[in-house]
Design a protein around this ligand. Structure first.
Ligand code: UTP
Length: 278
């Protein structure tokens, strides 16, 4: 039912300068895989075979990553190294990739609106690749959300509890619990101060959006930080009772920050060594 997943990947990644001066943040590796590859794997597991990526200047390596490199593949064909390309081959064989460019960085809401041309008029997933989610040996976060969508047919944001000191880094929701881990959103505020936050339930980089979001985004005025905020557009849907917030199973790493990136690297390293031993 959800066939397409949008990856807004046009941001500058300033928190990771100078690494991100000439390289997209989404291509930073956790062990041997770039962040965006983990995201595409999660999307495919959720049933999305159409991968739509919003890129910008300096992001060409993302397109190259999801393409065939004939020279390299020919070179390692039949050698022990061939297996190292298996994970990316699975994606290029199973998914279609389409790209569009966001010419001006006018915020996440604007990046999502830029992706309309690739999505059209159907519900779709959104993954922010720098929020790396893992749920070893169980369903990925987007797949969990797709299951919920099948029941409720409305927009869904993934949320997690954050420390009160951190609420000013996220969109924060207010809502009423309708089933375990699922809230109907009644209000949402982008990056509130601690005393203005309606809760400590923060929106992370996973969404399912119904396509009416595009019409709302078209008329959404720049909000916090002068950017077009997806939270402001979602609030319009929430006023009609059509946004859910889902407390997902699994762990999220904010790989757009150095602490989250290092933690993800360590956890994935330990997980891989355990799997290799068993
Ligand atoms: P961030 O807030 O993490 O911004 O964007 P950023 O530019 O990537 O990183 P910093 O804060 O400067 O270090 C959240 C997501 O939205 C995308 C980013 O690529 C990232 O996946 N985004 C943001 C866009 O695609 N376009 C924008 O105009 C803004």
């Amino acid at each position: 039912m959800i066939r397409k997943c949008l990856f807004p990947a046009a941001g500058y990644g300033t928190r990771f300068l100078p690494a991100t001066k000439a390289m997209p943040k989404e291509m930073l590796p956790i062990l041997t895989k770039p962040l965006i590859q983990y995201g595409v794997e999660e999307a495919l597991e959720a049933g999305c075979q159409n991968i739509a990526i919003v890129t910008g200047r300096g992001k060409r390596s993302i397109e190259d990553h999801f393409d065939i490199n004939y020279e390299l593949e020919h070179q390692i064909n039949g050698t022990s190294k061939e297996a190292l390309l298996q994970s990316i081959r699975t994606l290029t064989n199973s998914c279609s990739f389409s790209y569009t460019r966001q010419n001006e960085m006018r915020g996440l809401g604007h990046a999502i609106l830029t992706g309309e041309t690739l999505i059209g008029c159907e519900p779709f997933g959104v993954i922010l690749a720098d929020d790396l989610c893992s749920n070893p040996n169980a369903q990925g976060v987007l797949a969990q959300m797709v299951n919920l969508y099948k029941k409720y047919h409305c927009s869904i944001v993934a949320i997690e509890s954050v420390q009160p000191n951190d609420v000013d880094k996220y969109g924060i929701i207010e809502g009423s619990l309708i089933e375990e881990g699922v809230y109907r959103v009644t209000n949402m505020v982008e990056k509130p101060s601690i005393d203005q936050a309606p809760s400590n339930l923060a929106i992370i980089g996973r969404y399912i959006l119904t396509p009416d979001i595009f019409d709302i985004l078209r008329v959404t005025k720049p909000g916090k930080g002068g950017e077009i905020q997806i939270t402001d557009a979602l609030l319009e849907q929430a006023k009609k009772g059509s946004v859910l917030a889902y407390q997902f199973q699994g762990k999220r790493y904010d790989c757009g920050s150095i602490d989250g990136y290092v933690q993800a690297t360590m956890d994935f390293y330990h997980l891989t060594s355990k799997q290799n031993l068993s």
